[in-house]
Ligand binder design. Sequence first.
Ligand code: DTR
Ligand code: ZN
Ligand code: ZN
Length: 317
Amino acid sequence: MRSLPARAHITAAALLAAGLLAASDTGASATVTTPAAVAAPDISVANVKAHLTQLQSIATANGGNRAHGRPGYKASLDYVKAKLDAAGFTTSVAQFTSGGRTGYNLVADWPGGDTNRTVMAGAHLDSVTAGPGINDNGSGSAAILETALAVSRAQLKPVKHLRFAWWGAEELGMIGSRNYVNSLTTSDRAHIAGYLNFDMIGSPNPGYFVYDDDPTIESTFKAYYAGIGVPTEIETEGDGRSDHAPFKNAGIPVGGLFSGADYIKTAAQAQKWGGTAGRAFDPCYHSSCDRMTNINDTALDRSGDAVAYAVWALAAQ
Ligand code: DTR
Ligand code: ZN
Ligand code: ZN
């Protein structure tokens, strides 16, 4: 039998994921409906890299970094916010103080959808003080920004409400995301159907790791990568090492993607993913060399498309 093109598999998987999520959401039996889900668009890696170039320029113009409490961070947030305001999102900026410096979270809501069932996608926008933080975490920030802009271009009308967030002070210990979760009422928390985290998704010697937390979110990401024939591994670098941790601790379903940091790629991993065994997934982790040259375009392209695929699939039903 002629195999279906990859995107047809993705559409089928998206229907399944959407149906599964609807079932688990409502407590209904696991009969999978086949909602008329709309397939996610391709996320242009050129557009994602254009955002990274802007973040690089901002760092260069502001002492070489985009760290918490420094001018480069607020300039990064202003860039992202301006794009979202122009695209029709309802944005809000929340201030907090950490280490005697002012930090900021940016939250952007796409009008419409059931606000009692909100799907969130988030990424920390701050870098370390040592460098511009283009992979860590310009990659996640730019990928969810371009996905949000794709939602606007499509004038998407998802069943669930969509919310995107850029966190401050993750590098100090998930301060911004924890501040956000702590600000939520019990009812607010119950209305978040899932939180998707994207922290380092364009590593130069990339791995393809999926968080092994909420099974529906995990299977959604795995369906995407299976659809493009890329094997994945579960993310095992330790729970609690990024902004999904405060959400998970509050009982909110979480998931996400990761392309690797300072751990070393094994020979077996290089065999299935390419790249260099015996070398870190990101040799510039938390270093001044985490610049535009510190991105693998294929990993960033695949990750960006996986972000959109999951947002579309998980909010569709
Ligand atoms: N703490 C993140 C990098 C990081 C390390 N392990 C993981 C696992 C999952 C996501 C991110 C990370 C940082 O330095 O921003
Ligand atoms: Zn970091
Ligand atoms: Zn990070």
